[in-house]
Ligand binder design. Structure first.
Ligand SMILES: NC(=O)c1ccc[n+]([C@@H]2O[C@H](COP(=O)([O-])OP(=O)(O)OC[C@H]3O[C@@H](n4cnc5c(N)ncnc54)[C@H](OP(=O)(O)O)[C@@H]3O)[C@@H](O)[C@H]2O)c1
Length: 327
């Protein structure tokens, strides 16, 4: 496993980050613990969660994924692991039960620390923008947490380029800790969300980019085929997978398969390899319901695509990389 700096910071994280959104949603608690063990044994030191995971699953109060991680961490060396969590979503009733107000952040961070059983969250991320709260209120509250030692670094998620740039400016203007990473929805079938604007901000400002849903929620494994949604898959539970089930989507799967054959890599590994080959990407956040699924993603560690492979994937997805330092 290779380790990379999170943006401009000195923090080293594994080039694959483990996502935990499925814990006690589509993955049982026992499988979640097995996935954590296997990830750690394979050299993954970077774990992404959120206070709201997985509040949407029936019977879950929220905070469940953090609790599972907290349980697991008890028997692991804390100094070998980088924990990232998020704040913003609704965690309790009432007008301040969600958002990025000072009050919500200050209460939410204590609850996350308690569930995780740690004294400092290594990377504390705002999950989504909150346009009802002034940016400087949010950034001052987060800066206080860094100064208090409750949080190591700050990150944002689902921020468009202009808002991330504005947040960096506000932090700079007031001498506050700034967002060192951005977590967008980014994969081969969702390039415009990042390219070129967010990519350019990351490259010019030294912000680490940690893409979520790098396998398009499972579509880029190749298990979805025209007119066929596998039983028990995420796509069977929601219609959202159908947005990828187009002629272009299936042509991409064929292209990834053909390129992968030459290297002995699978469709999923090639899709992760594409992200690992982009200069502004720190670590794709992979999701896995089982150790077997994780195993396939682990096979992408160390994979770097060559210029011809990158160009072919540009052709198949209508993208270009004029914004990338490597051209
Ligand atoms: N910041 C945000 O707003 C945000 C939003 C979403 C996610 N995230 C983060 O990103 C992480 C990853 O997101 P994601 O789960 O959408 O990522 P993903 O890697 O695109 O999708 C993971 C899903 O794909 C399927 N899969 C994975 N490997 C497979 C394999 N080898 N064979 C067959 N199917 C396989 C599984 O779903 P099925 O088996 O159920 O089909 C698995 O749950 C989350 O855990 C979370 O930490 C953040």
């Amino acid at each position: 496993m290779d380790y990379r700096k999170l943006g401009r910071t000195g923090l080293k994280v594994s080039e694959l980050c483990l996502g935990t959104m499925t814990f006690r949603w589509t993955s049982s608690e026992a499988d979640s613990l097995r996935v954590l063990d296997r990830a750690f044994d394979a050299g993954i030191n970077f774990i992404d969660t959120a206070d709201v995971y997985s509040r949407w699953a029936e019977g879950n109060p929220g905070g469940v994924a953090e609790e599972i991680i907290g349980k697991w961490l008890k028997s692991k060396p804390r100094d070998q692991i980088v924990i990232a969590t998020k704040v913003r979503g609704r965690m309790w009733n009432g007008p301040n039960g969600e958002g990025l107000s000072r009050q919500h952040i200050m209460l939410a961070v204590e609850a996350s620390l308690r569930r995780l059983g740690i004294e400092c969250i290594d990377l504390y991320q705002v999950h989504h923008p909150d346009d009802s709260t002034p940016l400087d209120e949010t950034l001052r509250a987060l800066d206080d947490l860094v100064r208090q030692g409750k949080v190591g670094y700050l990150g944002a998620s689902n921020y468009p380029a202009w808002l991330l740039m504005k947040a960096l400016w506000v932090s700079d203007k007031h001498g506050l800790a700034r967002f060192e990473s951005i977590q967008p929805h980014y994969h081969l079938l969702n390039r415009p969300e990042v390219e070129p604007e967010l990519a350019a901000v990351c490259l010019t400002e030294g912000v680490g980019l940690i893409p979520y849903s790098p396998l398009a929620g499972g579509f880029l494994t190749g298990k979805y085929r025209p007119g066929r949604i596998p039983e028990g898959s995420r796509g069977a539970g929601s219609l959202r997978m159908e947005r990828y089930m187009t002629e272009a989507g299936f042509a991409l799967l064929d292209g990834l398969e053909a390129l992968g054959k030459e290297r002995g890599k699978t469709i999923a590994q090639m899709a992760l390899g594409w992200l690992l080959s982009l200069s502004m990407v720190t670590a794709p956040i992979v999701g896995a319901n089982t150790v077997e699924q994780l195993e396939e993603s682990l096979g992408a560690a160390g994979l770097r695509l060559n210029a011809e492979e990158m160009a072919r994937l540009d052709e198949l997805t209508g993208g270009n990389r004029t914004w990338d330092k490597r051209g």
